[in-house]
Design a protein around this ligand. Structure first.
Ligand SMILES: Cc1cc2nc3c(=O)[nH]c(=O)nc-3n(C[C@H](O)[C@H](O)[C@H](O)COP(=O)(O)OP(=O)(O)OC[C@H]3O[C@@H](n4cnc5c(N)ncnc54)[C@H](O)[C@@H]3O)c2cc1C
Length: 360
């Protein structure tokens, strides 16, 4: 059995298969020296959506599809926490906050007007009745400038994504899953009931194959509707007496920031130039990095100018629908891709779902 891609989805699929079929030989082919996709480059939000994102998702996908997505995100997070343990992934339920600036008054009031409705829609999934609430007092507590409305979500958390990936890789290896790094899959072909996989290291043969390459899915399966979306991130140096704590959403989910101990991680603004950011290539642009710095220095940490210690980019997989693609593409070839920027939340569940489709 071969899996392509050692991100959260590929590793979760491998672990599930190995637990179900204890004598199955499983190999994961990974193009990077380490897992090189979004699973090692994300923001580590353990979230299921801000209010403005929820409003957008209901408008674009309909209420039932929206609820299905939230359920996958919530159940995926529960699985991740159960499989690895909160201490191992450094999970903390510090809460989530959506902030609206002065020029987003209309969006803010539309979102606030939907809180009651969303709380009752999501109650059966999250099991709580008080998920979202306006809490403007926290604007001053966090020290923001130019923010007029804040919606709190007590049930959001954050993880250390590096620790999560290390734990998943260790768990898979401990179960006997072999991960082949620096092994880029160039193409797959079906031949007499087998899949022949050509890679940068030579050929592999397998009866069953899972493609878990998310944003890169089209390179191997051009028929899939997956469009890459690059996300750029920066992280500050440690900040003395940092006031923010939690996972923060801004601009309908396009922009996000959180504390990592006393540093600020800030990412987003992909919407400023969607076309340029529709790429699987890593890279940073002046346009996005300048917008991130402006938000950091003027709104999040007004009056402070901490140095930026790190910058990076990672690629997400989007498409015409928010729904991930988990299916048998052709006999014996399965895929679990298109996490729409929420694969840390959904990934453990999607990995298990695709593993359960595999039929020997
Ligand atoms: C900046 C950023 C911030 C994010 N923040 C969050 C967040 O806070 N919360 C959240 O839930 N989600 C977040 N996401 C999304 C989340 O990280 C992804 O949805 C998730 O990691 C996808 O996991 P995956 O296993 O499907 O794909 P990936 O982690 O991308 O793994 C795919 C793997 O396939 C490998 N690969 C690709 N092509 C080949 C090939 N031809 N041969 C061999 N190997 C190949 C890649 O190297 C990669 O390791 C964020 C993403 C980004 C980029």
């Amino acid at each position: 059995m071969i899996i392509i891609g050692s991100g959260i989805v590929g590793l979760s699929a491998a672990i599930r298969l190995r637990e179900k079929y204890t004598s199955l030989t499983i190999g994961i082919l990974e193009s990077g020296f380490l897992p090189s996709g979004a699973s090692t480059k994300n923001a580590g939000f353990a979230c299921f959506g801000s209010v403005s994102e929820a409003v957008d998702e209901i408008e674009s996908a309909g209420k039932d599809n929206f609820l299905q997505l939230v359920e996958w995100r919530w159940k995926g997070l529960e699985k991740l926490r159960k499989n690895l343990g909160d201490a191992v992934i450094d999970f903390h339920q510090n809460g989530g906050y959506e902030i609206f600036s002065e020029d987003q008054k209309e969006q803010a009031s539309k979102s606030v007007s939907q809180i009651e409705n969303l709380n009752s829609l999501l109650r059966p999934i999250i099991g709580k009745h008080d998920i979202y609430a306006v809490n403007d007092a926290k604007i001053t507590e966090f020290g923001f400038a130019g923010i007029t409305t804040l919606i709190e979500n007590k049930y959001e958390g954050q993880i250390d994504t590096g620790k999560m990936m290390r734990a998943l890789t260790t768990k898979a290896a401990g179960l006997g899953v072999q991960i082949f790094n620096n092994c880029r899959v160039l193409q797959t072909e079906q031949n007499a009931g087998e899949h022949v996989i050509s890679t940068s290291q030579g050929n592999f043969k397998t009866k069953a194959l899972i493609v878990a390459t998310n944003a890169f899915a089209k390179e191997l399966l051009p028929e899939l509707e997956v469009v890459p979306g690059r996300g750029q991130v920066l992280v500050t140096e440690p900040i003395n007496k940092l006031k923010i704590k939690g996972a923060f959403h801004y601009n309908r989910g396009y922009t996000y920031f959180r504390n990592i101990d006393s540093r600020v991680l800030l990412g987003g603004f992909r919407d400023l130039d969607i076309k340029t950011e529709q790429t699987t290539k890593p890279g940073l642009t002046d346009l996005v990095q300048t917008a991130l710095e402006k938000l950091l220095y003027e709104t999040i940490l007004p009056g402070q100018q901490p140095k930026i210690d790190y910058r990076w980019s990672g690629v997400m997989g989007f498409g015409p629908e928010l729904k991930p693609i988990v299916k048998e593409v052709k006999p014996g070839l399965y895929c679990a891709v298109r996490c729409s920027g929420m694969g840390i939340a959904m990934g453990s569940l999607l990995g298990e779902q695709v593993a359960d489709l595999v039929n020997f």
